[in-house]
Write a protein that binds this ligand. Structure first.
Ligand code: BES
Ligand code: ZN
Ligand code: ZN
Length: 488
């Protein structure tokens, strides 16, 4: 989406559509838009549009006004507002407008919204508008190249950076979404590595890829064990943003990048297995965040590590009961080959720990239990450092990506002990699946390194269409990681 700023009031913009937000019955427009305000309120009053979250309506504007259509987008009532609703409303408005053939959009440069600063509004609404243009059409034979739509922020703007960032972040989301939505046959680990290399080159990042031989030399027996039943080799993909603050220790972002999770010998049931092409979405969020960080010239050094492997039940596949050794020397009894994400992460976190990190944050579609606990309303966060957890929760609230903390009691660590090896990859009791998985990961983080784990199993993709997005990857995590890192 091409984004610009125009000092003239919204009603004077000669565009295909003006986008106006409503919080319930209250129209959100800055002073000086009296006529438009009244018009929008009247339209809404005489229609089924109630300003509810996710609600959209398009009204034609009178011939004599500069713009052609008015798109109203609901944020819901004030008491249930959270920032994602603004980003989604902007995306829904643009999606509905594009479906109606509209190409140029304008919205107010600032609105009064409790708890949302002018620059937060511009970032959320601008990024959402970009996301609203996304379409996964790679495999549609009849796909047509549509003209790049435009978005104008109308009115005075104090700081132009937020709008620039909205455009840069929107572009990063769009480019990674095309990779994240690829099915397993089209996006094996080697393809993700090639994509990462090209992206790094374009954005001034460095990229190193460890293949099977290097991983085996380094003793990364955990990720290798996941890939051994697949014809596709594992890859550990390491991206580096050096930043201007050379003295600072790097923040390391780690992403589970299982390109397809069949469950392995502990095969998953057939129903819905196709969605396991999205088991790479932790890595996809890290790739997107790295691209955003590079484009925003963030000060601090950041490393992104993607542990990429395919989990398949080949004749060479790992068996339940097998014992393997991870990079940090700990042995693991693999009781369920479907608990493969934690194995991939064990080695990725092990490697991250050797980089003298300021903090490690990992993202993974790790447990079905997380969906049971939180559904798609939030991702789970667990960690060993409350300050880090709090900062990430705060960043998530600002960036429109909600996190909810779960505890990391020692009880869960005890559940992950094995009778035959140092650790088991399966909890003894079977309860608290999200927390026991996190307790397992904690075994690979040396004492003294702040670490947080985000379980994005319920938030990484949408299975049914919403007004703001078609089914597919959401890239949950990229926005909050960038929000957190850009404000270091
Ligand atoms: N990738 C899955 C987790 C998952 C399930 C993500 C559903 C999104 C939706 C993961 O590898 C897995 O299979 N975990 C097992 C762990 C269990 C065997 C301890 C699970 O959650 O059932
Ligand atoms: Zn699995
Ligand atoms: Zn998995």
């Amino acid at each position: 989406m091409k984004t610009s700023i125009s000092p003239a009031p919204l009603a004077d913009q000669k565009k295909d559509a003006l986008i106006v937000f409503f919080q319930g019955s209250e129209v959100l427009l800055p002073a000086g838009n009296t006529v438009l305000k009244k018009r929008a309120t009247d339209y809404a009053k005489n229609s089924a549009f109630k300003g509810e979250a996710g609600q959209i309506a398009i009204f034609p504007l009178p011939e004599k006004t500069p713009a052609r259509q008015l798109i109203v987008a609901g944020l819901g009532e004030n008491r249930s507002f959270h920032n994602a609703l603004l980003e989604q409303a902007a995306a829904s408005a643009v999606r509905a407008g594009r479906a109606a053939g509209l190409k140029s959009f304008a919205m107010a440069a600032g609105i009064k919204l409790k708890g949302v600063s002018e620059s937060d509004y511009q970032l959320l609404a601008g990024r959402g508008a970009c996301w609203g243009t996304y379409e996964f059409s790679t495999f549609k034979s009849d796909r047509k190249k549509k003209a790049v739509p435009t978005l104008t922020f109308a009115g005075a703007v104090k700081d132009r950076n937020a709008i620039k960032h909205a455009e840069a972040q929107g572009a990063s989301l769009l480019s990674t979404a095309d990779l994240a939505n690829l099915p397993g046959n089209e996006a094996p680990p080697a393809k993700i590595a090639e994509w990462a290399k090209a992206m790094a080159k374009e954005n001034g990042l460095s990229c190193q890829v460890l293949g099977k031989a290097e991983l085996s030399r380094k003793g990364c027996g955990a990720i290798l064990s996941v890939a051994q039943g697949s014809a596709q080799d594992a890859k550990m993909i390491i991206l580096r943003h050096s930043g201007t603050n050379k003295k600072a220790k790097p923040i390391v972002l780690v992403g589970k990048t299982v390109t397809f999770d069949s469950g392995g010998i502990s095969l998953k049931p057939g129903k819905g297995m196709g969605w396991m092409r999205y088991d790479k979405c932790g890595g996809m969020a890290v790739l997107t965040a790295m691209q955003m960080i590079a484009r925003m010239n963030v000060k601090v050094p950041v490393v992104g590590i993607l542990g990429a492997a395919e989990n398949m039940p080949g004749s060479n596949a790992i068996r339940p009961g097998d014992i393997i050794k991870a990079f940090n020397g700990k042995t693991i009894e693999v009781l369920n080959t479907d608990a493969e994400g934690r194995l991939v992460l064990a080695d990725a976190i092990g490697l991250a720990s050797e980089m003298k990190p300021a903090a490690i944050v990992d993202l993974a579609t790790l447990t079905g239990a997380c969906l049971v606990a939180l559904g798609s309303a939030a991702s789970a966060i667990l960690g060993n450092d409350q300050k880090l957890v709090d900062k990430l929760i705060d960043s998530g609230a600002t960036a429109g990506e909600r996190l909810w903390q779960l505890p990391l009691y020692k009880d869960y660590t005890d559940e992950m002990k094995s009778d035959f090896a140092d650790l088991s990859n399966l909890g003894k009791s079977g309860g608290a699946g999200t927390a026991t998985a996190a307790a397992f990961l904690q075994e690979f983080v040396p004492e003294g390194i702040p670490w947080a784990h985000l379980d994005i199993a319920g938030t990484a993709w949408l299975e049914a269409a919403k007004p703001y997005q078609a089914p597919g990857a959401t890239l949950f995590g990229a926005r909050l990681l960038t929000q957190w890192i850009a404000n270091q």
